[in-house]
Design a protein around this ligand. Structure first.
Ligand code: GLU
Length: 282
């Protein structure tokens, strides 16, 4: 059975872009006679707030897009991330790194989809228990071990996995139990997601996720990366640039299901449009 998901990070209030993503995930599940899952991605200790998670679930209920089955939360899955970290360590694919963001930016000679590519300064290093380090994947080695991989996007078609374009990304972070890539990949598998639904700004992340699935022996879903709502300047919606919070519309008495229907029909507020295709940050 098909199972899709909407996976907000409760770092701020949901806005219309989130509503659109939830509509897409919900409707794809319904169209396939399947289930719509919701996962709260709440392991960013510095930014994640319980109040935003609560609001997000109220917003979804208001839109008529409540989850089928229990809502999952990343903060409940820390043991899963630690176990996968051990698995990757046992394969000899992780190395400790204490470089700061600034050091990486200064030493990088290339940029990947997520920013500067780590030049591998700490590759070959070892750590003592208790060292305050992040753990990076040796991407070239991991790709060699996995062999050639492909993944299927319902919109963009079959893709050859090219995780190397990211370089040695961090999988276990210093300040959080796991990186987005590791946590989302593990949770999609554990939540039984068969169709990973998300915005095209995360399209490239799937190259890494496909590799992790192979290394960790996880089931391989299909992906559906949808277009993003963008403002007149082509940048994606963000609360800090004035896109209204769903919670404010809800509290002002707006009709949630009618809003969801307008998004379905492509009827967007003035100044907003739907950017199809890959989103490249301006
Ligand atoms: N938590 C991410 C976000 O709010 C989405 C991650 C995903 O859908 O894989 O942007």
């Amino acid at each position: 059975m098909i199972r899709t998901r909407f996976a907000p990070s409760p770092n701020g209030p949901l806005h219309l872009g989130h509503a659109y993503a939830a509509v897409v995930a919900h409707d794809l599940a319904r169209a396939g006679g399947g289930e719509f899952g919701v996962r709260i991605e709440d392991i960013d200790g510095a930014r994640s707030r319980a109040e935003f998670a609560g609001q997000a679930l109220e917003d979804l209920a208001w839109l008529g897009l409540a989850a089928d089955g229990p809502v999952s939360r990343q903060s409940a899955n820390l043991a899963r991330y630690a176990a996968a970290g051990e698995q990757l360590m046992a394969l000899g694919l992780l190395y400790p790194c204490s470089c700061t963001r600034r050091e990486v930016a200064e030493a990088a000679i290339d940029r990947g989809p997520d920013g500067p590519i780590y030049p591998g300064t700490c590759r070959g290093r070892t750590a003592q228990p208790g060292d305050d380090v992040a753990w990076r994947i040796d991407m070239a080695r991991a790709s060699d071990m996995a062999g050639p991989l492909w993944w299927d996007d319902a919109v963009a078609g079959r893709q050859r996995a090219r995780p190397e374009m990211f370089g040695d990304v961090v999988l276990l972070r210093k300040e959080a139990p796991a990186s987005y890539h590791l946590a989302a990949t593990l949770d999609d598998a554990a939540d039984g997601i068969t169709l990973v639904t998300r915005g095209s700004d995360l399209f490239h992340a799937s190259h890494i996720h496909r590799l992790l699935q192979e290394l960790l022996g996880l089931p391989v879903p299909t992906w559906h990366h949808h277009g993003l709502l963008v403002e007149a300047d082509g940048r994606k919606l963000a609360k800090r640039r004035g896109s209204p919070a769903l919670a404010d519309l809800r509290r002002a008495g707006d009709d949630g299901p009618a809003l969801a229907d307008r998004l379905r029909a492509g009827l967007l507020p003035a100044g907003l449009s739907l950017a199809e295709g890959l989103y490249l940050p301006a």
